[in-house]
Write a protein that binds this ligand. Structure first.
Ligand code: B3K
Ligand code: ZN
Length: 906
């Protein structure tokens, strides 16, 4: 166990100080070799202060071979401190520092700094990887120009890449060669990149609206170029969209993307040399699903959009991470919404937010969008910084409207181009350009936790005063609907006191047919109606409790039903006065598609929680819900992509979040029973849907065909529950066998692996394994399907698969596919009462920590919700967490996650 004094120290936002030295330019030379790479760096240093400070340069796992200052050699041993930093005491106002270091890329299993992936040299420097390459002030507010020379063996590394433009390329003696790259844009060290290896290239060009021709090069492992077309198309689409919607053009003549097999996250936006996890580049119909392709489009767009939001304007310090990440997620969400179904994209994002961010905010790792403190910054690439950060930007967009938001963007980017900025700089620009007051709104950046908004409404007649709830009685001429909204944010692990936020709530009042009625808001000062669709209102809830009085233009036969938080305009938990009948109505009639989906989810959640609480959930199926679901299924006019999401019941993890103490087995039994009841009751409708929605052949990846496949596969997933129905089971097998694309094949494999009879299940799993032997990314799907199976033997299967040749603990994708899918997406088995799942995860986290601490820390996060379970499970999880915390030599990354999880239990 760590002694108190050895505990890693927390870094605080309040302690930020500007740098005392900056680096105007850096020249780097790499002599690449897997075991011993030599890195020579020449830093043009400039002192930024009047008083003399010692210079501290970050360094980690570097062997300093030579050191000189303005041409005078210094003794390396005298200048490296116990923490691995390079320290120089007396420096002139300007100086040139030269270092020569040795590093070992092939020994770098942490996948940060310079490392090897399948023999390809590549880098990952965000957040603090550059210090593992050379000594440098490795902080984002030091911006330098980079001049990089790469020398390597020409046979094993024919491709040599770095940021910016290639200015020289030459052969060298001994079978080596070199390339020199210069990046004219000053950048922080985290955006540096280098790639060298044997790679195939897919080339294309894009002409910007001002006529600049940009060479687009996509590099992949040999033989994979045919699978890069989807990513290339996405890149060109992103470049065009950023010009059209944000007026932002690309700024260099070349844009490179490299896909590598070993990568901790999804991708990295290094200036003009994006490096990607191959999972987010390689796709064709035979190996990738429609969802994979949509994800690829989104990630390619996200990294490209960083060129302005992140690279041209970067972050002052890592506490400002959401400045680039929240904003860029918002931009990529809008890109997808503009190209596919806006409503379905929004629904997916809401689902992700609820599945990942709300629990984070309610658990031991809760932190604001702009955190105040961290131990290891890599633990803060979180759903809060990314997804909630994007929600904060979206709310600004909702309040300002598109035109004023874009004016704010122009001001922000124009004012801070080439600088390292803060979240405050962003909000100030938005406020200034729009004239909107965002003073209270800023609290979204500093306050953690998910606000709860409670809504109540009643009708008031012209003379009679308050009437009963809006339960069907008429709303006479001169009457009004009174809506009361209140907010509160429960205390979180990191913050006890909460204050009211500025919450934008879009809403409409619906008549008995589900049509928005025209009404005006009496306290108009609270409204900002210019952004609203006809019949829609935008309220700003700023106090703990506010009343809004709506006067309809005409008398109404029925009291209007409010459709609240349309489009999920604010990331809050809504408690409203809806009953089953209201939701049954809204789930088919609400004109706001997000709220139509929401009503269905809310209804299902209520029903499933009631069932879980029953003695035998299977006997407690609510027939009215099953009927309402049938109404959805029979609506053939419904957009298939919407139908596909509406046909999915809330996940067990989400249902668990709604319970005071999670009932693992009750929830699982309730959900399975409901799925089966729906399948049984609507078998023939589902079969008809499956037959009707077969997309025309040949396969096309486009959104229209993808939507048909999605709905058809949603029908298949329900039918798959009917294990005793021979006709249905034959259909599932045929669906698997006849699939001409991965979307359909994987959908059928999932049904068979999760619910199929033993023989069919084994047959399909063996066929899939054989068919995709050697296709690592495809076999990840095979691993994940088995890890997520709602089967009693899931853990035994996962343990067995650890020894399968397709699995490798050193590759993050494999770990996420097998261990991550089990711990995070199989609630029923991970939380099995015997604690086997917990012991397994603790074991794996301990093994991973020595290999790749970022991945280990991420896996340890699965214990984060431990306090929400019953006593025996809590004890088992606490013991697992303690066993990790007490492991000698535990990394700071994993320590922070585990320690915070345990602290909150005290
Ligand atoms: N900025 C990178 C994430 C880096 C993760 C470092 N642990 C990718 C992205 O968000 O675009
Ligand atoms: Zn990003």
């Amino acid at each position: 166990m760590l002694d108190r004094q050895d505990m890693p120290a927390a870094i605080r936002r309040a302690d930020y100080r500007p740098p005392t030295f900056t680096v105007d330019a850096i020249r780097l030379e790499f002599d690449l070799d897997p075991a011993e790479t030599i890195v020579t760096a020449e830093l043009s240093l400039r002192c930024l202060t009047e008083t003399a400070f010692p210079l501290h340069l970050d360094g980690e796992d570097l062997t300093l071979l030579e050191l000189s200052l303005d041409g005078t050699a210094l003794d390396p041993a005298q200048h490296v401190d116990g923490a691995g930093r390079l320290v120089l005491h007396e420096l002139p106002p300007r100086a040139v520092l030269r270092t020569r270091c040795r590093i070992a890329p092939e020994a770098n299993s942490r996948l940060t700094g310079l490392y090897l992936s399948n023999g390809i040299f590549c880098t990952q420097c965000e957040a603090q990887g550059f210090r593992r390459i050379t000594f440098f002030p490795d902080r984002p507010d030091v911006l330098a120009t980079y001049d990089v020379t790469v020398r390597a063996d020409a046979g094993s590394c024919p491709v040599l890449l770095s940021n910016g433009n290639c200015v020289d390329r030459q052969s060298l003696p001994d079978g080596r060669h070199m390339a020199r790259w210069q990046d004219p844009f000053p950048k922080p060290s985290y955006l540096f990149a280098l790639v060298a290896g044997r790679l195939d290239r897919l080339a294309d060009t894009f002409t910007t609206r001002s006529g600049r021709q940009v060479d687009l090069h996509l590099y992949v492992e040999p033989g994979q170029a045919a699978r890069a077309h989807c990513a290339m198309a996405a890149l060109k689409q992103s470049m065009a969209w950023d010009e059209a919607r944000f007026g932002l053009e690309y700024d260099l003549d070349i844009f490179n993307i490299v896909a590598v097999a070993d990568f901790n996250s999804g991708a990295m936006e290094n200036k003009s040399l994006n490096i990607f996890n191959a999972k987010y580049i390689l796709a064709d119909e035979a190996t990738a699903t429609d969802t994979d392709m949509e994800l690829i489009e989104g990630v390619v767009a996200h990294e490209y959009f960083h060129n302005w939001t992140g690279n041209r304007v970067t972050c002052r310090d890592w506490f400002q991470l959401s400045l680039k990440e929240g904003l860029t997620v918002f931009r990529d969400q809008e890109f997808t919404a503009d190209h596919r179904s806006r409503a379905v994209k929004r629904i997916r994002d809401v689902r992700t937010l609820r599945a990942r961010q709300f629990p984070e905010d309610a658990g031991p790792l809760s932190h604001p969008v702009r955190p105040d403190t961290y131990v290891e910054i890599n633990n803060f690439y979180t759903a809060t910084v990314y997804e909630k950060g994007a929600e904060v930007i979206r709310m600004i967009h909702t309040i300002l409207g598109e035109a004023r938001f874009q004016a704010g963007m122009r001001l922000y980017l124009g004012r801070h181009d080439g600088q390292a900025a803060t979240c405050e700089d962003f909000v100030a620009a938005m406020e200034e350009a729009s004239g909107c007051d965002l003073v209270q709104f800023r609290r979204w950046y500093s306050q953690s936790g998910t606000p709860r908004v409670t809504a109540q409404w009643h009708v008031e007649g012209p003379a009679s005063g308050a009437g009963p709830g809006a339960g069907g009685q008429a709303l006479p001429d001169g009457g009004c609907l009174v809506l009361t909204l209140s907010q509160d944010t429960p205390p979180t692990a990191d913050q006890a006191e909460k204050v009211p936020l500025d919450i934008p709530i879009r809403l409409a009042l619906l008549d008995g047919e589900g049509r928005p009625i025209a009404a005006w808001l009496e306290e108009a000062a609270d409204a900002a109606p210019d952004r609203s669709a006809p019949g829609e209102h935008l309220l700003r809830l700023t106090g703990p409790r506010q009343r809004f009085r709506f006067r309809p233009a005409e008398a109404q036969e029925h009291a209007p039903l409010p459709s609240l938080n349309c489009g999920f305009s604010a990331p809050v938990i809504l408690h409203a006065d809806y009953g089953d009948a209201d939701d049954a109505f809204l789930m088919v009639r609400d004109p706001d598609a997000v709220n139509r989906w929401e009503a269905g989810q809310r209804y299902a959640t209520r029903v499933l929680l009631r069932m879980a609480a029953a003695e035998d959930p299977a006997m407690a199926v609510d027939g009215r819900y099953v009927d309402a679901f049938g109404g959805l299924l029979r609506d053939e006019a419904m957009d298939p992509s919407f139908a596909a999401v509406a046909m999915v019941l809330p996940e067990e993890g989400y249902l668990a979040d709604q319970m005071a103490v999670v009932d693992v087995d009750g929830l699982h039994a309730a959900r399975e029973a409901m799925l089966r009841a729906i399948a049984l009751a609507h078998r023939n409708v589902l079969l008809g849907m499956h037959a009707r929605l077969q997309p025309a052949r040949p396969y096309r990846a486009d959104a229209d065909q993808a939507a048909l496949r999605a709905q058809r596969n949603a029908a298949l997933a329900l039918l798959g529950l009917l294990t005793e129905d021979a006709e249905v089971q034959r259909l599932v097998m045929a669906h698997y066998r006849d699939a001409d694309n991965m979307t359909d094949r994987l959908a059928a494999l999932t049904v068979l692996a999760h619910h199929g009879q033993e023989a069919a299940r084994n047959l399909a799993l063996a066929d899939f394994e054989e068919r995709y032997r050697g296709e690592a990314l495809v076999l990840d799907k095979w691993l994940a399907v088995q890890a997520q199976a709602p089967r009693r033997d899931a853990l035994a299967t996962v343990r067995r698969l650890l020894d399968h040749p397709a699995f490798r603990l050193s590759n993050p994708n494999r770990v996420y596919a097998l261990i991550g899918a089990f711990a995070m997406r199989n609630q029923w088995r991970f939380h099995a009462a015997d604690g086997g799942g917990y012991a397994f995860l603790a074991e794996q986290v301990k093994k991973l920590d020595g290999l790749n601490r970022q991945v280990a820390a991420r896996m340890a996060g699965a214990f984060g919700r431990w306090q929400r379970y019953d006593g025996p499970r809590q004890n088992l999880m606490r013991a697992a967490l303690e066993s990790i915390r007490d492991m000698p030599g535990l990394s700071r990354d994993t320590f922070e996650i585990v320690n915070k999880s345990l602290e909150v239990g005290k």
